[in-house]
Write a protein that binds this ligand. Sequence first.
Ligand code: RM4
Ligand code: MN
Ligand code: MN
Length: 426
Amino acid sequence: MKIQKQQLEDLNKSGISDHKTKFDFLTQSLSKDGTDVENIINKLAEFQVAIPSWALGAGGTRFGRFSYGGEPASLEQKIEDIGLIHSLTQTAGAVSLHIPWDVPNDYQAIKELAALNKIKFDAVNSNTFQDQKDQKETYKYGSLSNTSAAVREQAIAHNKEVIEIGNKLGSKSLTVWLADGASFPGQNNFQTALTHTQNSLIDIYEDMPADWKMFIEYKPYEPYFYSTVIQDWGTSLMLANGCGERAYTLVDLGHHLPNTNIEQIVSILMLKGKLGGFHFNDSKYGDDDITVGSIKPYALFLIFNELVYGMQNNPQNPELGWMIDASHNLKDPLEDLIQSLEAIQEAYAKALLIDQNALRAAQEAHDVTRCQEILQEAYRTDVRPLVREARLQTGGVINPIAAYRKLEVREQLIKERGKNTIATGL
Ligand code: RM4
Ligand code: MN
Ligand code: MN
């Protein structure tokens, strides 16, 4: 299925006058306060978030998986799905591939298809948390950290192959998420596991082309229950520093224990020029991978405040690789992604509204009440007209979920692909 430009224009006709009224009203009041609305719209329009190739089908839990009709059965169909989301939102202009779930057969054809859908290839992700068919060594007891040199070598070789695949597609970064850990005290020697991991990562790092970056994720637990080799941002940063300048920490919002101050982590990493990648999702208990902004929208806003501050004040930090890392098993995955994109844009817009000069003055005056007021003034603003305007200016639709339903995208996909297709992923 492909959405035509004319269809988008027709969809916008009915909502345009209502949008204009709301947008003009908001622009007027913001401009009066000295906000540069055009600058915010431009920033929103530029902001692109990669869609992971495993989020386009229904995700499972460890108890089961309920498939959603019309799931993409091939990489081609996954790229087409992202193309659909991108044409509605104009915010999803990239795909992040997980290897070996999504190895292209015909590179030229995949590149052409992606270009046709205006999709770029973002970070490639390696997978040493599952055994693959015909694989010689098992990752049951770890991969890059394993006590067996043969297992480590196999895992290193896999990462190098992922770099090669990404390189052929135009990717410029490798994301390593390591499941390695232990489920029982005494199972692993912490120091040996970390040393092996560092050495394995250095080997992979040295194999990357000179213009590539490595992103190292961390996560406190899961799949193992007692310890994880890369459990927190400190360990990730240490490993990144041990690899070299082009290795960075990646923050995944779901990879923290409850109540962790994620915005502070973001801020410190950016100060050190070491925040490379960012995975969006939301959670209540653990790595729940649910829709961005659905549980803790204020926390997301505070995180964006630090991201905006860092982007404006930390030239030592590179441009970030943004990705949605969510996949859930109840909603239509494409609707879920659209809602996530919307939540990201809203949090970003609200953070851009914060009066940074006033905030600094209030901080220096130790006016704590005023500090809070300044943040909440921005947070309480309904920024949706700004997000809609950015979408309109770039050729998207005013209301992507309504458009998705009106165009009967899911029904159409089921017709084309059938009810029982299953996408690769978790
Ligand atoms: C992990 C981590 C990685 C993702 C896998 C599927 O928890 O978030 O980024 O690639 O899940
Ligand atoms: Mn992640
Ligand atoms: Mn995760």
